[in-house]
Design a protein around this ligand. Structure first.
Ligand SMILES: [Zn+2]
Length: 942
């Protein structure tokens, strides 16, 4: 009788397919998670543990998700899942930012298409349309986020437009009102004449813009020093339209200035022979060239501070601009461009305003909300500031005030929405003072007490807080939470009455912020006040104030969360956005930051490092990646990238992620296949295992420590690379390769095979858990491929396995590093033999290794042939013969690959001398004969 030895070999058996088919499989997994209510189970297993609260920065609900959203939310998911698996209770509640200009703009666009005027629509009706628009996008974005595998309370997210949120936002605003830090003031703000609103920093983009530049003389009427008598101070500006708003000029106190007398000017020059001009010495050369001055003499040189006390007249003096223009010292005057003397229009610049305030300079109201000069502005009334530059220059020239004009292309602020250039405009706005309640100091202290990852974020945020002006919180729009304040018409003071505030909050709780616009003011003012004495403010709050309050209505407002958050995690742009506004809101109301730690990530670029854009056609959408490759590939890209810098994505990068994924998947498949039928009884104690197995356990112990450290540091890509390396190099190319023979061919009860299966079981338990936060779908698939029997089971309900310290073995690790090094020489020699077709497989070889006696001693208790996957191996002390194989980087080791002596076992393919030692099985080796008789795949263990 002939035995079918193939049937007696333990070939790997698993239903876990090699081909992933993620795009089809993942939606099925999502359905399973939904039907088992994974979120609730996730909470239930973590009940009573220490909380880890990652507070979600709300994305804006107005379009499909882009790759930046995917990066942000997947990174958050990885943090949440790793924290939960390290033994925390990590509840994640996603949220949405709903109020604000972009949605309002969409509804207005719709009106424009329908030839409807927004001002004809009742405000409450308009707000309802905005609300519905946001709701529709929240539903779409929620599905898109869930498809990425993000765990969280998707059934109960937070939104900034829910009634309780709107009530809480106005309650928070009320705190700033009551403590006196909310005030109404006049201030230049970045203003969009197109949208007719003030814009926040985050709503501003910088684009190239060509401006008209002018050099203008301001004749000195009161000289601080005799040297400048009858001279003119020269300024340069890129915004001629701000000249009607000019009220001062500013010099740098330490900058050297000169008085020059024009001797000769070119024919077309506007400079006059004999006139005296004052300008920074460093700018003189450029200036005389631009003004066409051909000859001149310098009559004086002095430091800027000498100009203190000088008064000029406006160049349009006599035409309605009949006021003094003082020369003031200012640190922001530099010699980088212009003349070293800055023209000051306190209504049209932040520096200008501050300087004006400090010197009691009037802040003139010159430009209306539509960007046109008010009727009271001499010479230019009704003119739009965008179109008036040439006219201003002409008027200056006619009044002999102009020295030169030109063009300059430079970066200029534009509205992110309309793309129209912005202006600084003096307006009536609401502010939260940085000083009234020492908000700036509190915020700086809070930053010191916060952990930043990476730590450069700390100084970045600090720098912004140190120098920022008061927080302008008002917007002249309709879709948002109103600045629910009454202003006393007589005193101009806001009404600070907690009773009134409470009535407003109560109304918002049940009716939302619409109540402010739909109710009679007396409802809120109550019996104590006459509504006619008050003006009801209809500005809305900056949306950054809304999102700055999320920590209150989400973290404090929900029973399943707590304040403060463990972590805020957003893109680096949020230093001036959400991190910033949340910090100010929280420090103003709660004296500390709403977070213990802040983590930032970079932005996503195209593969070639370019910015993604429609015109370049290099946009990668998360939906496309998921449809084509699966969400786990997108997730791998996130954890495999260094998010502290800008990331890149494109077809080549996705292909390499797919390769990495395939190797991880194959590792799972190998483990599953060789664990087929493994039971608890088969387990062996560490002490009873061969060294090779104990070495693998040591590696697991090592990786466990590194992984936990990496998760606490939120530093994923190096540990992911290490795990990937462990799977491909340590396991697949080394351990699996060596143990294939034992797993396939040993007797079922053999100690070696049992040890190997015990280790595979441990590796499976570790790797499914460790990979679960990263490739959440595939880890689940692998886990269930083994444990499907357990109802409601999920890899995501586990924690990272506790690794016994007994697995640690540093001596063994050092020893095996040497073994693997020497083994590389043997493998190299065998590869060469194969390439030369002298052997088919390594099992046909019997290498002779020449090395130092002490290196040979390492193998004393080991079976070197097993480790080399050969049929035998011999060591010889000393140097190898000529032509023996060696590697440059492994010293004193030589290998000669001899053919193995004996016959080939029909079952295990080793070439051995004991073939036929069992007469019943004449074509197999002794080990195989024993297995076939007592415990093979075909004959279960006897
Ligand atoms: Zn055999």
């Amino acid at each position: 009788m002939t035995t079918d030895y193939k049937a007696t070999v333990f070939l790997p058996t698993t239903d876990f397919p090699m081909k992933a088919g993620l795009a089809e499989r993942e939606p099925e997994t999502l359905k399973q998670w939904d039907s088992m209510d994974i979120q609730n189970l996730h909470r239930a297993v973590a009940k009573g543990r220490d909380p880890f609260i990652l507070h979600d920065g709300p994305p804006y609900a107005n379009g499909h998700l882009h790759i930046g959203h995917a990066l942000n939310k997947i990174l958050k998911d990885v943090v949440v899942r790793t924290q939960q698996m390290m033994g925390k209770d990590a509840n994640y509640v996603p949220g949405w930012d709903c109020h604000g200009l972009p949605i309002e703009w969409k509804i207005e666009e719709k009106y424009r298409q329908q030839k409807k005027d927004k001002d004809d629509v009742p405000v409450v009706e308009f707000r309802q349309e905005c609300r519905e628009f946001a709701e529709q996008w929240i539903a779409i974005q929620r599905d898109e986020f869930k498809r990425m595998g993000l765990i969280g309370d998707w059934d109960n997210p937070y939104t900034t437009m829910s009634f309780d949120a709107e009530a809480q936002i106005v309650r928070e605003m009320g705190k700033f009102l009551m403590d006196g830090s909310l005030y109404r003031g006049a201030k230049p703000v970045m203003w969009s004449p197109v949208e007719k609103t003030a814009l926040a920093e985050a709503e501003i983009e910088y684009h190239d813009h060509t401006s008209t530049t002018i050099f203008v003389r301001f004749p000195v009427v009161k000289a601080s020093t005799p040297e400048i008598e009858a001279a003119s101070i020269v300024i340069w500006t890129t915004t001629p339209w701000t000249m009607p708003g000019n009220r001062a000029v500013a010099f740098g106190p330490d900058i050297p200035y000169v008085v020059v007398e024009v001797v000769k000017a070119a024919d077309e020059s506007l400079a006059n022979a004999g006139e005296k001009l004052i300008i920074a010495e460093a700018r003189l050369e450029d200036f005389i060239r631009q003004c066409g001055i051909e000859e001149m003499t310098t009559s004086a040189t002095f430091k800027g501070k000498e100009l203190d006390g000088t008064v000029c007249r406006h160049p349009l003096n006599g035409q309605g601009y009949d006021f003094d223009v003082p020369a003031l010292a200012a640190d922001f005057a530099t010699t980088e461009e212009g003349t070293g003397i800055v023209h000051i229009a306190p209504g049209h610049g932040a520096d200008d305003w501050i300087l004006g305030q400090a010197n009691d300079i009037e802040i003139p109201q010159t430009v209306g909300e539509d960007g046109c000069f008010y009727d009271h502005v001499p010479m230019f009334a009704g003119k739009h500031v965008y179109k008036v530059n040439d006219e201003v220059a002409d008027a200056l020239q006619a009044a002999d005030g102009l020295l030169a004009r030109g063009k300059l292309s430079h970066r200029y602020p534009h509205s992110w929405r309309s793309k129209a250039p912005l202006i600084f405009r003096n307006t009536t706005q609401w502010f939260i003072s940085m000083e009234t309640t020492a908000l700036r100091d509190k915020a700086l202290k809070a930053i010191d007490e916060t952990r930043f990852v990476p730590d450069t974020g700390k100084n970045r945020l600090k720098g912004m807080i140190k120098t920022r002006p008061d927080w302008c919180v008002s917007r002249q729009r309709a879709w948002g939470v109103p600045i629910a304040v009454f202003v006393n018409k007589e005193s101009g003071e806001p009404l600070r009455d907690q009773g009134v505030m409470d009535r407003i909050i109560d109304a918002f709780e049940t009716e939302g912020a619409d109540a402010w616009f739909a109710s009679d003011p007396s409802r809120f003012l109550g019996d104590g006040y006459n509504a006619n004495d008050f003006e009801q403010v209809t500005d809305i709050l900056d949306v950054w104030f809304d999102s700055g309050c999320t920590h209150t209505f989400v973290l404090e407002g929900r029973d399943d969360l707590q304040w403060p958050a463990s972590l805020y995690l957003e893109g680096t742009d949020q230093h001036r956005g959400w991190f910033h506004s949340s910090l100010l809101e929280s420090c103003g109301t709660r004296d500390r930051a709403p977070y213990d730690a802040v983590l930032t990530h970079g932005f996503v670029m195209a593969e070639d490092g370019q910015k993604m854009s429609k015109s370049l056609g290099n946009i990668v959408s998360p939906q496309d990646v998921i449809d084509q490759h699966g969400a786990d590939i997108l997730r791998l890209w996130v954890v495999g990238s260094d998010y502290s810098e800008d990331l890149r994505i494109g077809p080549e990068i996705l292909k390499s992620q797919s390769d990495i994924y395939r190797r991880l998947r194959n590792t799972f498949r190998y483990l599953l296949g060789n664990l087929n039928g493994f039971t608890e009884d088969e387990r062996l104690d560490v002490a009873d295992m061969p060294e090779l197995e104990r070495w693998v356990l040591h590696r697991l112990w090592e990786l466990d420590g590194k992984l936990r450290q990496a998760c606490n540091d939120f530093h994923f890509h190096p540990i992911f690379a290490e795990l990937h390396n462990f799977c491909t190099v340590d396991l697949s190319a080394f351990y699996f390769d060596i143990r294939k023979d034992a797993l396939y061919c040993d007797h079922a009860g053999d100690r070696r095979r049992r040890a190997a299966r015990t280790v595979l079981d441990a590796a499976f338990n570790c790797l499914t858990a460790w990979m679960a936060p990263f490739i959440c779908f595939t880890a689940e698939e692998a886990w269930l491929a083994r444990y499907e029997a357990k109802e409601g089971d999920s890899v995501h309900l586990r924690t990272f396995p506790e690794i016994p310290d007994a697995w640690r073995n540093d001596d063994l690790a050092a020893k095996w590093a040497k073994i693997r090094n020497l083994r590389r020489v043997v493998t190299g020699a065998l590869e060469l033999e194969r390439k030369e077709k002298r052997i088919g497989s390594s099992l046909q070889a019997h290498p002779v290794i020449y090395a130092d006696a002490k290196d040979i001693a390492i193998f004393d208790d080991l079976d070197p042939a097993e480790l080399f996957i050969t049929s035998g191996a011999t060591f010889t002390a000393g140097q190898g013969p000529e032509n023996s194989f060696s590697l440059d980087d492994v010293s004193d080791t030589w290998v000669v690959a001899e053919p193995a002596a004996g016959e080939k076992c029909e079952r295990c393919w080793k070439v051995l001398p004991d073939i036929g030692s069992n007469a019943d099985h004449p074509t197999v080796c002794g080990r195989c004969a024993d297995a076939v008789v007592h415990g093979s795949a075909a004959t279960p263990v006897a």
